[in-house]
Design a protein around this ligand. Sequence first.
Ligand code: PGA
Length: 264
Amino acid sequence: LPKTTVSPGGALIAGNWKMHKLSSEAVETLRQLQSCLAEAGPLPAGDVLICPPFTALWALRASLDPSGPLGLAAQDVHWQDQGAYTGEVSAPMLVDAGCRAVLIGHSERRAQAGETDSQVAAKTNAALDAGLMPIICVGETLEQRQAGETDLTLKAQVKAVVDGLADQHRSAELVLAYEPVWAIGTGQAAVGADALAAAATIRATLPPQLAAKARVLYGGSVKATNVAEFMRHPQIAGVLVGGASLEGREFGRLVISGLKAKSR
Ligand code: PGA
């Protein structure tokens, strides 16, 4: 059977390419990633997701083994399956294009596209309805952190998702990515202790049936050289990577280091 969803529980590393790469460039980057991983020999188990722009999904799909650990995720999704929503892409369309997962509520979308907590919740339901693993991004801004509002912010963002979950998804498997906004694209990653504290807050905000299955990722200036600092903790299932996922071999080294840290 083709693998359409992300394996439950295990390590998860996702590379968000944001608005980068034509489809030919995307295919070349994937090829470099694949050869880097192949050269490393057998690796500890874990899912590795690439989140390219929508336009590169179909081209990448042709180069991926549907039952392999390397898969596709989208960067956003609309909450309706179809309709008069110019410029939007629905969850069934993402499944059609070969996606296993989708990022929801990335801070760039919250800040630049005005995405709200209730839209994030609606998108989460839409992803789950279609069988896509939602990777829900939460995190505080620098101002919120300096005001001592990190926990408050995380709780509000997570609670909005929990409260908005449709009945049939109340014990779904969720992935929550803790992405402090001040650490994204700045080269200034959080330290492992920050990520652990946020993971604990996120987990404590989830009802037990969700907390039992949820995975927490860390994102924000993750590189091959610091990925182990996050992934060595059992409370952190993996990482969401931006800039360091754009170059295939560099991302490959990050994946190898992260999966090895997780299995230690
Ligand atoms: P970065 O981006 O790794 O370039 O900091 C992370 C993200 O936006 O998910």
